[in-house]
Every structure is written in structure tokens, then in C-alpha cells.
Design a protein around this ligand. Structure first.
Ligand code: ASP
Length: 352
């Protein structure tokens, strides 16, 4: 009898510890799940990671970023609250950030070396493991919508360049004049990098150079868990200032920039794309949860604080797991980010 009692106490302690581990996220997204069988839901977004310092930010710009993050996340949250799907929520949320000149996606996309804007996006459905992505599109207002179209209405996962746009036209997408993507801020960032190249006697400026590093943040991403228990992730970007040769980063690469699996979590990345591809960041986080049985927070920390920096890269992720626990991990000075849980509690942050 005494042995059985000891065993029961042991099991109780073990489970209590596990619950504590599960909720070491910045803020547990919901307390509901622990007490009831009701399906919780939640949403997390990022607006890019990089050298985002308070000293370089005016009060009005900081307010503008926070307001846009709030508008975006509350839109997605309302969809989830009304029983909408995680795919619907992340698409609507990302559309708001794509339409804002504040972020490096859609309207605010950075410029290529040739002074054009080439946009990449991807989306993944954790319920079916279906995915869609586009790379190097130049006339699409909301690339995340085209990624969704690829997922839903094509036999493919990733379409690029003129072919992707031909598909878009066939599906009835509006074609924007490339001038729509012009923003003075991004154009001037490119000019600065080009002047720097001239200084260096036309030697290409490395992505490592602060001139590029400091202007590359702003990619947008969103992950969500809906009331049906389904996870989804999406990411949209203009890539990196001064990119050339049709360079494509991690954002449209499933497993690197975006990944979702109902068995584990949904992840959206932002950062130096070459390293995020090499580290397969989004899938690695999911795989570590699946194979090692560790929490989302532990997996995200290992990848962003150890694996990516060990290669020489930087950036961050936002993620949510099947129980509504969240992670917002980054190894840069800042990351525009926000999360909102089933109870409607909203957290918006920019700096470390
Ligand atoms: N990851 C994006 C890219 O490499 C850029 C970013 O997130 O800032 O294209």
C-alpha cells in the first residue's frame, strides 16, 4: 500500500514539473487548456528581427509600429475567436502588414541591386502538411495570398518568377505596377549600400556589412492555433537590400522560413536567410520537439541561440505549439513581435 502511495506521489510530482516546463514561454498563451477540455487558440506575429535599437527609433515611429502590429494581430485573433481557421487568420494578419510601408514585405519590400522589388512568401497548413510558396514575384500586392493559391489550387509547392505570375494571372490575381512597391526609405537604403560598394571599389558589400544588416529587418510572419486544434504558419518578405542574381532567402522555403505540423508546432522565421536555409530552422524546431520530446521553448532556444549563431547567422522566430504555448526567440537587438491568447490578452514588444 505504502509503495503504491509513493508511486502515485512520484507520478504527481513528475506531471507537475512537466506542466511547469511547458509553460516557460514568455507568457503562457492560455490557462484554459490546463483546466478544461475546451480547445484553446492563439496567435503570434513578427515584423522582422535585426538591429532594432530604442536609441534609433523616434517615439512616433515606435507608436506606428506598435499600432500596426496591434491592428494585424487583433484582426487574426477575431477570426480565430469566431471559429475561423488558422490559415484564414494568418493570411488576413499578414495582408495587413504586407499593405503597410513599415515592413519589408508587400508594399514596403526592400530593393534589389537592379532597383526592383522581388517578393517571396510561403504558407503551411499543420493539419494536412500541405504548403504553398512563391519566390521572386514583382507584381503581386499580397504574395502570401499567391502562396495560398499555390497550396490550394496547384499541384506544386513552390513557384518562382514569371511562371508564378503567369499562374497568378490565370487565377485572376490583380497585377500591380512595380511602382506600387516604391518607398523612399527602402530606395535610400539601397543607395547607401551602393555608395558603400563604390567606396569599396565596386566590391560587393557582404550581407554581413552593417549597411545591409541594419536595413534588412522587416520581414513579416504569423503563426496560429485555431479552435479546431489546427496549426498554420506563414511568412512574407522582400528579402535583403541589394540582393542580386534572383537571390532567394529562407522565407519561401518550407522547413526554413515556415513550417507547421499539428503534431508539434507552427514556426515563422526572420533573419539572415542563407543561414536559416542551412540550419532548416523552422523544421528543426518541430523535429526537436518530435524526436527529442522537448518543449517548444527549449527547441526554439537551442536553434536560435546556439545552432544559427554557431554557423554565423542571426535572426529570430515566432512559434506556437499544439497546446497554445508560444515562443518568440531572437538573437538580434530586437524583433517586432506580438502575441494574443484565447482570453484576449495582448503583448506587443520590439526590443530585447
Ligand atoms: N529572412 C529574410 C531573407 O533572408 C530576410 C529577413 O527576415 O529579414 O530573405
Amino acid at each position: 500500500m505504502k509503495q503504491i502511495l509513493t508511486l502515485l506521489i512520484g507520478l504527481f510530482v513528475l506531471f507537475s514539473c512537466k506542466n511547469e516546463n511547458n509553460s516557460i514561454s514568455e507568457a503562457p498563451i492560455s490557462s484554459k487548456k490546463a483546466n478544461s477540455t475546451e480547445q484553446t487558440f492563439g496567435i503570434v506575429i513578427h515584423g522582422g528581427a535585426g538591429t532594432i535599437l530604442k536609441k534609433n527609433m523616434s517615439d512616433s515611429l515606435e507608436t506606428a509600429y506598435k499600432e500596426k502590429l496591434k491592428e494585424a494581430i487583433t484582426t487574426g485573433h477575431a477570426i480565430l475567436k469566431n471559429g475561423g481557421t488558422s490559415i484564414e487568420a494568418i493570411t488576413a494578419t499578414i495582408n495587413i502588414m504586407e499593405d503597410s510601408p513599415l515592413f519589408n514585405s508587400g508594399k514596403g519590400a526592400v530593393f534589389t541591386h537592379e532597383e526592383t522589388n522581388e517578393l517571396d512568401a510561403s504558407i503551411m497548413d499543420g493539419a494536412t502538411l500541405n504548403a504553398g510558396a512563391v519566390a521572386g514575384v514583382t507584381h503581386i500586392k499580397n504574395p502570401i495570398n499567391l502562396a495560398l493559391e499555390v497550396m490550394n489550387n496547384s499541384p506544386h509547392v513552390l513557384l518562382a518568377g514569371t511562371g508564378a505570375e503567369e499562374f497568378a494571372r490565370e487565377q485572376g490575381f490583380e497585377m500591380m505596377d512595380p511602382s506600387y512597391f516604391y518607398t523612399e526609405k527602402c530606395f535610400q537604403s539601397l543607395q547607401k549600400v551602393k555608395a558603400r560598394e563604390k567606396e569599396k571599389k565596386n566590391k560587393a558589400v557582404s550581407f554581413e556589412d552593417p549597411f545591409i544588416k541594419d536595413s534588412k529587418f522587416g520581414t513579416v510572419g504569423c503563426v496560429a492555433l485555431d479552435q479546431h486544434g489546427n496549426l498554420a504558419a506563414g511568412t512574407s518578405t522582400g528579402g535583403m537590400t541589394n540582393k542580386r542574381w534572383n537571390r532567394i532567402g529562407d522565407s519561401p522555403i518550407i522547413g526554413a522560413g515556415t513550417y507547421a505540423n499539428n503534431a508539434t508546432c507552427a514556426v515563422s522565421s526572420t533573419g539572415w536567410g542563407e543561414y536559416f536555409i542551412r540550419a532548416m530552422v523552422a523544421h528543426d524546431i518541430s523535429a526537436m520537439m518530435e524526436y527529442k520530446g522537448i518543449t517548444l521553448q527549449e527547441a526554439a532556444k537551442e536553434v536560435i541561440q546556439n545552432k544559427v549563431p554557431a554557423l554565423g547567422g542571426d535572426g529570430g522566430i515566432v512559434a506556437i505549439d499544439k497546446d497554445g504555448n508560444i515562443a518568440m526567440e531572437f538573437n538580434t537587438a530586437g524583433m517586432y513581435r506580438a502575441h494574443m491568447n484565447a482570453e484576449g490578452e495582448l503583448v506587443i514588444k520590439i526590443y530585447k
